[in-house]
Design a protein around this ligand. Sequence first.
Ligand code: GLN
Length: 285
Amino acid sequence: MNVVEGLRYGRKVLLEAGVENPLLDAEVILSHVLGARRMDLYLEPQRELKEEEIKTYKALIEKRSSRIPVAYITGKKEFFTLEFFVKEGVLIPRPETEFLVEEVLSRISNIKTPKVAELCCGSGAVAISIAFFKKDAMVYASDISEIAGEVTMLNAAKHGVEDRVRFLIGDLWQPFEKEGLKGFDVVVANPPYIPSNELENLSPEVKKEPKVALDGGPDGLDFYRRIITRVPKFLKSRGSIVLEIGNNQRERVCSFLKKECFEDIRIIKDYSGFERVIAASLHAG
Ligand code: GLN
């Protein structure tokens, strides 16, 4: 089996399994096995694969055909131009979440040594991107999952920001409360926001991701209530909150924010035109 034959094989198996982009995924998996870049495959299409390579490749194609996400198979995902390590047990960073990072960076760009808190940090992609692109920021990232802590610190070390990203384990504000951490310039979160009864409609791939990272309770808004009602206590005067939201959640999340005296509410749409990020600042005084 050579490279082209390998790709043809992978594409066919994945197509039959109902995978959305069978050729692309076969390319990603084969280049992962060969330790090459995807474009390299087409530089040497006739290259014969070694027996060991074929064995590994076929096993991974099999895994993918059981609808395990590609990122869990390769153990990596690109986010905000950086490569992050991911594994089962943490949510795979989504491209639309990059808008969250962009908004935080623009809010802290003129602040010297800003202090940022991230709740529900998962793989740490958001916290680490912020620390990486704002070199004097200190980021406190929390999550209830131990795997999230492990993956976040691995990623922080990978990008050389482990001295400016601190992981705190616990439920939302609880670790901040415990350690008396407050006075943040920005609080950012991409909490679970899918309404519980919609979880069953997710794609087979998303169903392989941790439910604890997706399930937002009966109306999907549980975490926004719990984050927003307590956030003023942890923010500086005029500090900001930046949240990722689910479809059709803008109005209700806005009303939570207004109740806690947030103003200058800004909505950012994602690549598909959905209102995806909501940002606001705390009223002074
Ligand atoms: N955007 C994710 C999805 O559609 C959900 C992420 C979340 O709940 N925070 O799978």
